[in-house]
Design a protein around this ligand. Structure first.
Ligand code: FES
Length: 176
């Protein structure tokens, strides 16, 4: 019968699968986020798999990424010297930093490759400066600059809580 529901017109498609949320590594929740309010920052459709983007709340720049483990948010500041990781390249869970060749695992929070400047890793172990293959070794800066490089600690990345509500990605930002 004409006009009967379901007798004409397109059938409704399957319900969209909600995006997964990446697991926060133990002990790596960003400080101040335990009871922080969620804020909608981006439509899910604007962050396809393999994409990352900076979102800003007040003076806090956060890197939103859609990695194989799901959606996650971390600081859009390199854990070495604060360069925007959103300007790097994302390969799976690994992002490289545009400044000193540091490579970081967004999923585990761990450093995969120390920066060319060397420095201290998250556990305080010292690492020497290095040069990428084929590149001329750069002379070490003198005095306090060398000391600053040597003592710069590359911390593990922290995660901000993420959820999806009505097709929008929401992030819990810490209290100011
Ligand atoms: S600022 Fe990112 S590796 Fe140095």
């Amino acid at each position: 019968m004409a006009g009967e529901r379901g007798s004409s017109g397109p059938e409704p498609g399957p319900a969209a699968t909600p995006p997964r949320i990446a697991v926060t590594p133990p002990g790596l929740a960003a400080p101040g986020t335990a009871d922080a309010a969620f804020v909608a920052v981006l439509a899910v459709a604007e962050l396809p798999p393999g994409a990352m983007v900076r979102v800003t709340n007040g003076d806090l720049d956060v890197l939103l990424a859609n990695v194989p483990g799901g959606l996650l948010a971390t600081d859009d500041r390199c854990p070495h010297m604060a360069a925007p990781l959103s300007l790097g390249r994302l390969d799976g869970c690994i992002v490289d930093c545009p400044l000193h060749n540091g490579r970081f695992d967004l999923c585990s929070g761990e450093t995969i490759q120390m920066p060319t400047t060397g420095g201290l890793d998250a556990d305080g172990t010292p690492h020497m400066p290095w040069s990428p293959p084929g590149a001329e070794p750069k002379p070490e800066p003198p005095g306090r600059k060398a000391e600053a490089r040597r003592l710069t600690r590359v911390r593990r990345l922290r995660h901000y809580p993420v959820r999806v509500v009505n097709g929008f990605i929401e992030v819990a930002f810490p209290h100011a």
